[in-house]
Design a protein around this ligand. Structure first.
Ligand SMILES: Nc1ncnc2c1ncn2[C@@H]1O[C@H](COP(=O)(O)OP(=O)(O)OP(=O)(O)O)[C@@H](O)[C@H]1O
Ligand SMILES: [Mg+2]
Length: 267
């Protein structure tokens, strides 16, 4: 049965999407069947795996609002073992629609809970995958709440910068609230340090303060700041295709190995 991991941090630009794309692709290359869910209206994870948003019939928006069967929204990518459910700008308006849907179904047999929509849909495809990764938007609204309700665990990317821990308490509180209200088994999968610049001592200070806070939850693998990781999405390629022998590929493959190891399954 697939392990569902939400990639979460309400802080913008910390490497959620880059990690969703490249960790998904790396798990795929290591032989795991992976489904990546793009849950951000920006749709950057979608384009990042080479899917043209213009050609999409069904996206996660249609799935959440009952306009499409989840199985009809799954797209095979060029990457081995990697499927994606894309996102499009219409996802930005999903909250009002879900409130409306919940009201419409209130007096029927098929109850709808707007916070549980993603969980309800993923239960239909969970068995077909080893891992399901969810790329969350930089906010703690209805989409992230759906991800926290559906996920087995959260992976938190933290950028190696001076203000790294800013906002982390709010994130932890949100995770604890989700545990109390919608998902008592929600676990912290791991904390990933991203965008470490060489030639600065700042990164090292940040690393030690984050390790002090999260202890063994912090992955040994640290993602370096690399131009190639920033360039790859504009070519619609994962780092594994864009720079197969480079440091970025090595880093994300190492991260995937750690994720597999923590989940007690063999590559
Ligand atoms: N390791 C890295 N090295 C260099 N650039 C990176 C790295 N990781 C991410 N970036 C770049 O930094 C920017 C933010 O990264 P990304 O989109 O992955 O973050 P995000 O947390 O998903 O952002 P948002 O909160 O907007 O969804 C992007 O332009 C991305 O290409
Ligand atoms: Mg993103």
């Amino acid at each position: 049965m697939g392990k569902i991991i939400a990639i979460v941090n309400q802080k913008g630009g910390v490497g959620k999407t880059t990690t969703s794309i490249n960790l998904s692709a790396s798990l795929g290359v290591l032989g795991k069947k992976v489904l990546m869910i793009d849950l951000d209206p920006q749709g950057n994870a979608t384009t990042g795996v080479g899917v043209d948003k213009k050609g999409i019939d069904n996206s996660i928006y249609e799935v959440l609002t009952l306009k499409s069967d989840i199985k009809d929204a799954i797209i095979k990518t060029k990457s081995v073992n990697l499927d994606v459910i894309p996102a499009y700008l219409n996802l930005a308006g999903v909250e009002m629609e879900l409130i409306e849907l919940e009201r419409k179904y209130r007096d029927t047999d098929q109850k709808i809970n707007r916070v549980m929509r993603l969980k309800d849909e993923l239960s239909k495809v969970k068995d077909n995958y080893d891992f399901i990764l969810i790329d969350c938007p930089p906010s703690l609204g209805i989409l992230t709440t759906n991800a926290l309700a559906a996920a087995d665990s959260v992976l938190i990317p933290v950028q190696c910068e001076y203000y790294a821990l800013e906002g982390i308490m709010q994130l932890i509180n949100t995770i604890m609230l989700a545990q109390r209200k919608v998902n008592p088994n929600l676990d912290i999968e791991g904390v990933l340090l991203t965008m470490l610049s060489v030639n600065t001592n700042l990164g090292l200070e940040v690393i030690s303060s984050i390790k002090e806070f999260f202890k063994e939850r912090v992955y040994d693998t640290i993602i370096p700041r690399l131009i190639k990781l920033a360039e790859a999405p504009s070519h619609g390629k994962t780092i594994l295709d864009y720079d197969p022998r480079g440091k970025g590929t090595r880093a994300y493959i190492n991260l995937a190995k750690e994720v597999i190891e923590r989940n007690g399954t063999k590559e």
